[in-house]
Design a protein around this ligand. Structure first.
Ligand code: KIV
Length: 268
């Protein structure tokens, strides 16, 4: 049976009912089809694709055109899940007008349901402007990979009282600015629990403990397709790299020994 499209009111109701929201990244047509078939509530065309698909060292180099290209591929799977696309670095920080124009492209050309952007503070008026232009925005606080070097690297955020208060204040400001949801990355579980309790919008955690309204993981980490490094917060549910290498090695060997193609793969 075809699933009903997940909408913003549906996500808000899930929070009110205490139902956990499952989200995963998807970067192309097959991963979107698989994640949607698995019953995912939300898909994220994350800028993590810079690393796990395009082979960059970090997320900073990925461009608008690359992100749009992947968003379009995801949307061709016509997912029932609610699809959020990441705004890449420097596509929204420079000014409200540019942020609205770039965010709009993800809906207009990419077909996404919403966009996500990183940061609080100076990003709050940008979020407000994009939302006022009619584009749903998801916030992202804690470890924000696009500005990881400013944060001293990929490390847990919000550890001291002052840092925790800043993240809490940013979370409330983003909600007030109209963000429909928030990703909290790499913050202590107790802080994430407090933010989740104080906000009305769904809070989706990654490395933020079990008390958030939902969880998100990077597809390639979850299924074991990316092994350059494995953050502590990732649970690996499969080891596809191993299975794929085994299949490819067997194919190599069968081609070399003439086992493949057999009669059954040949035309008479
Ligand atoms: O790009 C991404 O995959 C993300 C998640 C880590 C939330 O932003």
């Amino acid at each position: 049976m075809e699933r009903k499209k997940v909408t913003l009111p549906h996500l808000r109701e899930m929070k009110m009912r205490g139902e956990k929201i499952a989200m995963v990244t998807a970067y192309d047509y097959p991963t979107a089809l698989l994640a949607d078939r698995a019953g995912m509530d939300m898909l994220l065309v994350g800028d993590s694709l810079a690393m796990v698909v395009l082979g960059y060292e970090g997320t900073v180099p990925v461009t608008m055109e690359e992100m749009l290209h992947h968003t379009k591929a995801v949307m061709r799977a016509r997912p029932a899940a609610f699809v959020v696309a990441d705004l890449p670095f420097l596509s929204y920080q420079v000014g409200r007008e540019e942020a609205i124009r770039n965010a709009g492209r993800f809906l207009k050309e990419g077909g996404a349901d919403a966009v996500k952007l990183e940061g609080g503070g100076a990003m709050v008026p940008i979020v407000r402007a994009v939302v006022e232009a009619g584009i749903p925005v998801m916030g992202h606080l804690g470890l924000t990979p696009q500005t990881a070097s400013l944060l001293g690297g990929f490390r847990v955020q919000g550890k001291g009282a002052e840092a925790a208060e800043r993240i809490m204040a940013d979370a409330k400001a983003l909600e007030e600015a109209g963000a429909f949801s928030l990703v909290l990355e790499c913050v202590p579980s107790a802080l994430a629990a407090e933010i989740t309790a104080q906000l009305k919008i769904p809070v989706i955690g990654i490395g933020a403990g079990p008390h958030c309204d939902g969880q998100v993981l990077v597809f390639h980490d979850l299924v074991g397709l990316f092994d350059r490094f494995l953050p502590k917060f990732v649970k690996r549910y499969a080891n596809l790299s191993e299975e794929i290498v085994a299949a490819l090695s067997q194919y190599c060997q069968e081609v070399r020994t003439g086992v493949f193609p057999g009669e059954e793969h040949s035309f008479k």
